[in-house]
Design a protein around this ligand. Sequence first.
Ligand code: FES
Ligand code: FE2
Length: 424
Amino acid sequence: MARAADVGTTPRPVGAGGQAFVVVRLRPGGEVNAFPARCPHRLVPLAEGTVVEGRLQCPYHGWRFGSDGRCVDIPSMGAVGTPPPRADLPMPWAVEERHGWVWLAPVRTTAPCPPRPPAEPVPEAVPAPPVPDGPVFGNLDPSLEHAWHPVALSRELRSGGWLQVRLLGRNWMLRREDADVSAEPPAFGVRERFGVIWLAPAEPADVPLELPEATDRRFVTGWLPPERAPGPAGPMADNFLDVAHFPFVHAATSGAAHETEVPPYDVGYEPGGFTSVQEQWFDNPQDPEVAAGGRPLRQRRRATYVYRAPFQLRLRLDFLDTGAARTILFLLQPEDVDSTRIYTRLLLSSGPGQPLPTPATVAAEVAFEHRVLEEDRELQGVMATAGLPLDMRDELHVGSDRPGIALRRVLCEFATAGRVRSAA
Ligand code: FES
Ligand SMILES: [Fe+2]
């Protein structure tokens, strides 16, 4: 599979018997271990993992696996949580180092040891990591015809101008004349909302997301430049709703001050989506009252996630000690099977009796959020997935995944309703 000398403490993807694995030494100079190619949680390739304290750690939520494949730590469950047995990795039958090479038997074999190679062995090609058994919700799902999609920022299309956009694998030409925006080929509808141009290819069935902060004079706003991510929108929406990845994916930015344990919280289903509310502890060094001794560094905040199918998301953070609030609007445009455009708008309020955030503050917050988004985009780039798995058995869900489970349920219903509509 690989030269023994080439296998160190950085996981290395390999192929054996047509299956994908990773091999790695959990200690420098230690024996070679082989693991399946994907983490059972959100199916992230374990080739992107790292070795931490003699365990293989997944990059997304920090689940750790021992040399026998046992999942020994799920950080979101806290110190007393016990990983469920299903979190253990299905391990290959044997892996051995012989004659300067690493050999792997995926399933039980009667051979007592690897053969002595007649000449220089040729390692197998590395196959792609396995795909889920059940359906996935991808960017070209037919149900997406029946929804409003963001296709551009309003300011990207000036009066009298044209703009070509990509949606659901097709090109559309937008044209602005005075207050009107139209599309070619004709769509069911084109409209503007929240500073975004939206297009519905066919009669929409989605429920629009509300953004109360947009008309609230205590808030000021800033847009991130639209970004493109190399992957489908479903896993990106899942990532936005997920708190447990902060300490791992965002260790260099927003995750540094975040607890790894995710306390239980509820999800309330609503027409077209859901709302999830949770309260979190966090460090607030930016609060001037902390330095002045008026408030503790460790503070409380309430996070309210609102989701509307297919890809409209809003997170409002209420800082309960200072009264400040911060909302992130996150909209996804499914351009192609492997391309999604991301629109992110920040809305900031300093709290009662405080002056509005200054343009410099907004610019700094936008720049910070941009760095956070870059970290998420990097993760999406390595996920190698065609969409969000809709069959609950294809992934392993734990307590912190409630919004993610709700997302899968709502998208599953959305896809089913879309199929019925298309057939009618
Ligand atoms: S820990 Fe591996 S995907 Fe969550
Ligand atoms: Fe993130």
